[in-house]
Ligand binder design. Structure first.
Ligand SMILES: NC(=O)c1ccc[n+]([C@@H]2O[C@H](COP(=O)([O-])OP(=O)(O)OC[C@H]3O[C@@H](n4cnc5c(N)ncnc54)[C@H](OP(=O)(O)O)[C@@H]3O)[C@@H](O)[C@H]2O)c1
Length: 333
């Protein structure tokens, strides 16, 4: 099971500049929120990571709490790196982690204090057996901690060399704007913002994308397939082993309403006319906006990953297709 990355791995993927920075990110990045924890099959996880890298995906996104159990996605990823990404391959990877959600008991195990963020980063590095991450995020804004404190912690992470860049996630436009100003003043400009964005979740269009562009910050939308809803997988019920069927999954069966299914069916028909899967059309729909640096997908199999990456063979949506998609999305489920 020795791994030698494919020699032509950079030949087909597109790379986009992240905001005004020097960093290029692949058009598609892979997240390890689900499918890489201790409840999942290690060899499947390993084969997904290997395939992603072979296809030019250089960016892998983690967080302290990914699993389940929390922390085990980082442990498994660290083990995969140790086994497969030897030599100088670390230098070909952009690895991110985050802190913000609940990780350990007591008053210092979640939110946005300096105490929590910096100890969590140390724990993440240990779990992944890494000396540094490329991007360290504040995972969510903390209404009870001064924004200055949270941003100073990100600045410390970067200045200490434990992270190369700082990012924020789940911050609304006004608080993102303030965070960017603080980070800039500290000499650690924000590299990237990670919001939830898909055909079914469009709050970022209401100001955030403009703020990112004005500040030269990149954008990496998470859950671009609405956790699997924007695929054909739920059209004939809830398949065994799917995220909605899993007890620990964050997609609930109650999210799959009859109205939602009608929308998905219509989108699926539009995708078929483009000779694409619905997943592929949902990804290129996000890529049409040049402010989107990379889309952050999840995958539970190599087949899903391949299918998603193949969206790059047909990224142009015509005005007519966009109008038709919009009219389906306008019908609120
Ligand atoms: N910053 C934050 O607060 C935050 C929150 C959530 C996620 N994230 C990041 O975003 C990443 C992606 O999130 P996500 O996993 O929700 O993304 P997603 O791409 O919307 O959903 C991934 C799921 O969709 C299904 N799927 C993917 N490709 C498919 C295909 N071609 N055909 C059929 N089904 C397909 C799979 O579900 P099955 O498992 O059912 O097969 C897969 O697990 C996470 O790993 C994490 O890195 C960040």
């Amino acid at each position: 099971m020795n791994y030698t990355p494919l020699a032509d791995r950079y030949s087909k993927m597109a790379y986009n500049r992240c905001g005004n920075s020097g960093v290029l990110l692949p058009a598609i990045s892979l997240g390890l929120w689900h499918n890489f924890g201790s409840v999942d099959d290690f060899e499947t996880a390993r084969s997904i990571i290997r395939r992603a890298f072979d296809k030019g995906i250089t960016h892998f996104d983690l967080a302290n709490n990914y699993g389940p159990a929390p922390g085990t996605a980082e442990e498994n990823f660290g083990a995969i790196l140790k086994k497969d990404f030897t030599g100088n391959l670390r230098d070909e990877l952009i690895i991110s982690t985050k802190a913000g959600y609940y990780m350990w008991p007591g008053p210092y195990g979640e939110w946005g204090s300096r105490k929590y963020l910096l100890s969590s980063l140390d724990q993440s590095l240990k779990r992944m057996q890494l000396e540094y991450v490329d991007i360290f995020y504040s995972h969510r804004p903390d209404p009870n901690t001064p924004l200055e404190e949270t941003m100073m912690a990100l600045n410390t992470a970067v200045k200490s060399g434990k992270a190369l860049y700082a990012g924020i996630s789940n911050y609304k436009a006004p608080e993102a704007k303030r965070a960017f100003a603080i980070l800039k003043q500290l000499g650690t400009p924000c590299l990237i913002h990670q919001p939830k964005y898909s055909m079914f979740e469009r709050w970022v269009e209401d100001g955030l994308l403009d703020v990112l562009e004005e500040n030269g910050v990149g954008c990496i939308p998470f859950s671009p397939l609405a956790q699997g809803l924007l695929t054909d997988k739920y059209l004939k019920g809830i398949p065994e082993g799917s995220r909605a069927a899993k007890p620990h999954g964050f997609l609930k069966t109650t999210d799959i309403t009859e109205e939602r299914l009608q929308q998905i069916k219509q989108l699926n028909e539009l995708a078929k006319k483009r000779n694409q899967s619905l997943a592929q059309m949902a990804l290129v729909w996000l890529m049409k906006d040049k402010r989107i640096t990379t889309v952050l997908i999840g995958a539970s199999s190599v087949q899903q990953l391949d299918n998603n990456i193949d969206c790059l063979n047909n990224v142009v949506l015509s005005d007519d297709e966009l109008k038709k998609i919009e009219s389906v999305l306008k019908k609120k489920p």
